[in-house]
Write a protein that binds this ligand. Structure first.
Ligand code: BDR
Ligand code: CA
Length: 315
């Protein structure tokens, strides 16, 4: 089997942490590196969190790179209200880092460019935070476009409400300019937005079932989700919390779990009211060429069965 070569660009983040573990566990994926961006927390914290996640599951061999600490135009907005001050707060034990486990010297943008250029097969870029690192890579060296098979990002809200403002999803709100660079790049783009991630919900029964794997990764999953669920319970008045970012990874190795439609998408950059809104021409009224595969449906039951099985393979 030929593995898919991927770069996971993230801002861990509780659901990013699950995406990282899923990408490491799945044997159809070759995780070339993790690149971090400021988003859920400052870059200082997101890169530290990425180190902690890999360290906890004894995968210090996976290279981690630090990228942009702020969006292309706007100041950074973080999501402490969801992920806590560190970006990865839990009620579980603190994770201690080996002093030799460090962030790579190369900047994330240069790692993305170098990896694409050096690869003999096209690469999948998998952003689960603001799209700043990806957009900066495309701007710095547009020739890498030919070496990118697909960009599958978590972000946006096509036909549903936003989660940081009534009209915008967090990742796109934080860096709308980066999102437009990605959408207008001509590369195959798939959007895993709130439309679908709000159909992939974690609840106590799922958390306890995965915890019963009883390995470090699954116990960590439960610690993460117990903290993460509090915010969602309060906001949505429901016992279900959307598990956004791992959907990007699951899509890579099991397309059939998801369904969507190719449409034209642009992002509002300026409006105070609707900054970061993903404006989706669902009916094709503007007669523009579709630039994005917008996913809206998921087989959540199978997703969680797979997640449980994949996490059981880790330490
Ligand atoms: C997205 O924002 C972050 O809080 C999550 O990690 C996810 O990537 C959901 O809007
Ligand atoms: Ca994220």
């Amino acid at each position: 089997m030929i593995k898919k070569k991927i770069i996971l660009d993230c801002d861990p983040g509780h659901d990013d942490a699950v995406a990282i573990m899923l990408a490491i566990a799945n044997n159809e994926i070759d995780l070339l590196g993790i690149t971090c961006v400021g988003g859920n927390a400052t870059l200082e914290n997101t890169k530290l969190n990425a180190l902690k996640i890999c360290s906890l599951i004894n995968r210090e061999d996976i290279p981690i790179y630090a990228g942009a600490d702020k969006p292309i135009v706007y100041d950074l907005v973080t999501a402490e209200h969801v992920h806590g001050k560190s970006g990865l707060d839990t009620d579980g034990d603190p994770i201690t880092l080996d002093k030799n486990h460090k962030i790579q010297d190369l900047h994330a943008v240069d790692f993305i460019i170098k990896t694409c250029k050096d690869s003999d097969v096209p690469i999948y870029l998998c952003p689960t935070g603001p799209l700043t690192n990806i957009a900066l890579s495309l701007k710095k060296d547009p020739s890498i476009k030919d070496k990118i098979k697909e960009i599958i990002f978590m972000g946006g809200a096509a036909l549903c409400l936003g989660n940081i403002t009534p009209s915008a999803e967090f990742n796109i709100y934080v860096d709308p300019h980066a999102a437009n660079i990605v959408l207008n790049s001509g590369i195959a783009v798939t959007m895993m937005g709130l439309d679908v991630t709000h159909k992939v919900n974690v609840n106590d029964s799922i958390i306890n079932s995965i915890k019963s794997n009883n390995n470090k990764a699954s116990i960590f999953f439960a610690d993460l989700m117990n903290f993460y669920s509090r915010f969602h319970r309060d906001l949505y008045k429901s016992n279900e919390s959307p598990l956004h970012d791992p959907c990007v990874i699951a899509y890579l190795f099991n397309h059939k779990l998801f369904q969507g439609k190719k449409v034209h998408v642009q992002v509002e950059e300026k409006s105070e009211l609707t900054r970061g809104e993903t404006v989706v021409d669902w009916l094709g009224v503007k007669k523009l060429q579709p630039n994005c595969n917008v996913i809206t449906e998921a087989d959540s039951e199978t997703f969680f069965k797979i997640l449980k099985n994949e996490l059981s393979k880790l330490n």
